[in-house]
Design a binder for this molecule. Structure first.
Ligand code: FNR
Length: 342
């Protein structure tokens, strides 16, 4: 279908389901076991409602934020996802280029062809982050950190929610294979090995959020790996509410130059993003939709269109909620009582 006829994330998902191979669709769309965590996020976003303010001046709207000190034109970034090749050849380079065009950050996965992704940048100062699994052998991990540092990576996202391979039954049936690894609970060697910001991706409780902050980590991603790791693990938005309640100092505007809280999993609408920002998140990661956006031969044009869709939704709905800048998205703008009493 012509790209203009795809008008939202759900549209890209429909196209992807039709055009991906059965293996590709199983790998991208699937979650762990009964896929309860995977399905839960949409329900929770719908349960949180807006409390829009009226009769404010709502033009112009700025959607700009800083992510770990790097300017971003939108409060979203592209999450790391492996096996992009099912969607489009050299998918990671394509995403880097799309991100550069629209002024957002792309976090490439461990498995990316890192050098080519850096070559795809639209300018040498386009920020690129990279993701590493804790399951990597220490020597391999150190070599990769060194290489990425030399290439100019802006931050290291260390994925901590998958110490062992999870149970994804759609993958089992479609015969997708992944390499197992052994986890390491010790982060000191990684902290010592890198001078770039270190972000823990996959924090799922307020307890671990506080530990990360106390250990001098520069940020966390509240994430359950898009429902692909421990099934029935609580939704990241619930973890954000936990932090609001029990450790609000982690979300204070005043500490964002040294610690930021990001979130991902199931964000499909600008309004979903705005709710997390109002509740204190600094930016939102988007995974599957970017894979879907490159299918059907769309490639870079699809990923750019997806970013523009998010831009339009975020801008318009900010104005409708009564905010002209991301800092104006405050907890009073949403009613999260029903989600909190879950
Ligand atoms: C992922 N995710 C992921 N995370 C990571 O740290 N390293 C990786 O290599 C991958 N690979 C990967 C592949 C695929 C196909 C998916 C769908 C996800 C998780 C990803 O970064 C992110 O946490 C979730 O995808 C966010 O949820 P949504 O936006 O996909 O719902």
């Amino acid at each position: 279908p012509p790209l203009w006829s795809v008008v939202n994330v759900a549209g890209f998902e429909k196209v992807a389901k039709r055009y991906l191979s059965p293996t590709g669709w199983a790998y991208y769309a699937g979650g762990a076991e009964d896929e309860v965590s995977l399905m839960d996020t949409g329900r929770l976003f719908r349960m949180i409602t807006f409390r829009p303010r009226i009769l404010r001046r709502v033009e112009p709207v700025s959607t700009a934020v800083k992510i770990l000190g790097f300017p971003s034109s939108l409060p979203i970034y592209i999450s790391p996802t492996g096996s992009g090749r099912y969607a489009y050849p050299n998918a990671e380079s394509v995403l880097a280029r799309a991100a550069g065009k629209e002024g957002v950050v792309y976090c490439m996965p461990t498995t990316a062809a890192h050098e080519s992704v850096f070559e795809a940048r639209s300018s040498p100062d386009q920020p690129l982050f990279f993701q590493l699994y804790t399951t990597r052998k220490q020597t391999k991990a150190l070599a990769m950190i060194k290489k990425l540092k030399a290439l100019g990576a802006g931050a290291l996202f260390l994925t901590v929610d998958s110490p062992v391979l999870s149970r994804r039954e759609r993958d089992e049936q479609a015969k997708v294979t992944e390499t197992p690894g052994v986890s390491s609970g010790d982060l000191k060697w990684i902290q010592q090995a890198t001078s770039m910001p270190l972000i823990l991706k996959g924090v799922q409780t307020v307890e671990d959020a506080v530990l990360a902050y106390d250990h001098g980590i520069q940020g966390i991603v509240l994430s359950n790996h898009g429902g692909r790791s421990l099934d029935t693990a609580q939704a990241p938005i619930i973890t954000l509410l936990e932090i609001r309640k029990h450790a609000p100092h982690l979300l204070a505007a005043g500490i964002r130059d040294k610690f930021q809280v990001f979130i991902d999993g199931g964000f499909r609408r600008g309004t979903d993003v705005l709710k997390a920002l109002a509740l204190g998140a600094s930016a939102v990661g988007i995974g599957r939709p970017f894979l879907y956006s490159m299918t059907a031969g769309y490639g870079e044009a699809g990923a750019v269109r997806l970013l523009q869709m998010f831009r339009a939704e975020i801008e318009t709905n900010m104005a409708l909620a009564g905010a002209t800048a991301i800092e104006e998205l405050v907890p009073e703008m949403v009613n999260s009582e029903r989600a909190e009493s879950e």
